[in-house]
Design a protein around this ligand. Structure first.
Ligand code: FEC
Length: 310
């Protein structure tokens, strides 16, 4: 193993400004520009979120910085590089930066714990192609959805919010815990993709550790395309829960690790608004962001992968 290992830390990416949203959206749509109406709608969602217009950029910066510090508490020198899927620095830019620094061996990891060929798989494909073209030997962490420290920190997040429900008069057992993740086109199931099963495994493990019996899994943030996406969507699930007399709901978006649009808008604004119309009390677990426990999970899986480098 080389004594300096590059780590390509990959994340979704977010625009840098409202003017940048069109180029970002076009990139997500594989080069097809959105209509004026679609663009206005997406800009509207960014304008509505709290905590800054594009919090994902700062959150990713902090995560990469914290991971770098955590990794370098050992003997091997690790150098972290950012590689974003839909914004600068792109995945390919991150690999080029490694080349400039003389890196010959590297690990690639995505800031998303569950594997789908349509999510993590596409990050890995791009990084692998670029690394091969540049002569870098890169190995990849494909998932870490059952890492004990991840299950532990998420269980603690769930327990903390159940305590909050209790403090305000709810009976703990009456709270329905709703685990969720980004939906994907339904066709992934026919492809034998592990995404859904991995998400259910994580949900089950957290529920068991937190002693939660009343839970279910639901999807969120489905794309605006014509083909069917995995459901039920969280908004429909909330309507069903209200109909079956559930009053308290705890949202646990376990497929995401940062505060960003899909959490701050889709859950904190859109789902919250519906919950209040349905007279449901909805709380959400705090995102991991750069929590030291999450950094510990990432550094552990990166080090384990690095040990496999020759
Ligand atoms: O805060 C931000 O600026 C970025 C928030 C953001 C995250 C995110 C994560 C995932 N996505 C995944 C799949 C898809 C597929 C399509 C798609 C479309 C969008 C659009 C926006 C967007 N996504 Fe995203 N996603 C985020 C934002 N996503 C904006 C475009 C408008 C819309 O549909 O809402 C459909 C692409 C297509 O048209 O073909 C598929 C998956 C994740 C979670 C894993 C990961 O982080 O990579 C899967 C954060």
């Amino acid at each position: 193993m080389a004594n300096k290992i590059g780590v390509l830390v990959m994340s979704y990416g977010t625009p840098e400004s409202l003017e940048d949203v069109e180029a970002y959206y076009t990139h997500i749509r594989r080069g097809n520009a959105p209509s004026a109406e679609q663009l206005k709608e997406l800009k509207g969602r960014y304008k509505a979120i709290v905590g800054g217009v594009f919090p994902l950029r700062e959150n990713t910066d902090r995560q990469v910085e914290a991971l770098q510090a955590k990794l370098n508490s050992g003997q091997i020198q690790y150098v972290c590089y950012q590689g974003l899927k839909h914004a600068r620095p792109f995945i390919e830019d991150g690999v080029e930066a490694m080349v400039r620094d003389g890196i010959t061996q590297a690990i690639g990891i995505v800031l998303a714990p569950h594997y789908s060929v349509m999510s993590v798989g596409t990050y890995i494909k791009r990084a692998k192609e670029k690394a091969e073209a540049c002569g870098i030997h890169m190995e990849f962490v494909e998932n870490y959805h059952m890492h004990p420290e991840l299950i532990d920190v998420l269980s603690r997040r769930v327990t903390a919010k159940l305590d909050e429900f209790e403090e305000t008069g709810a009976v703990r057992e009456d709270v329905r815990v709703l685990f969720s993740a980004h939906s994907l086109p339904e066709r992934i199931l026919a492809m034998g993709d592990p995404y859904r099963d991995q998400l259910l495994e994580t949900s089950q493990a957290i529920a068991a550790q937190a002693g939660v019996e009343s839970w279910q899994f639901t999807w969120q943030s489905a794309g605006r395309t014509a083909e069917p996406w995995l459901g039920p969507d969280i908004l429909d699930t909330l309507r069903e829960l209200a109909e079956s007399q559930v009053k308290y709901v705890l949202s646990a978006p376990i497929g995401f690790v940062s505060d960003h649009l899909e959490v701050l808008y889709d859950l904190d604004i859109e789902a919250q608004q519906l919950a209040s119309e349905l007279d449901l009390r909805l709380l959400r677990i705090d995102s991991l962001n750069s929590d030291p426990a999450y950094m510990s999970v990432l550094s552990d899986v990166v080090r384990t992968k690095a040990n496999q480098l020759k």
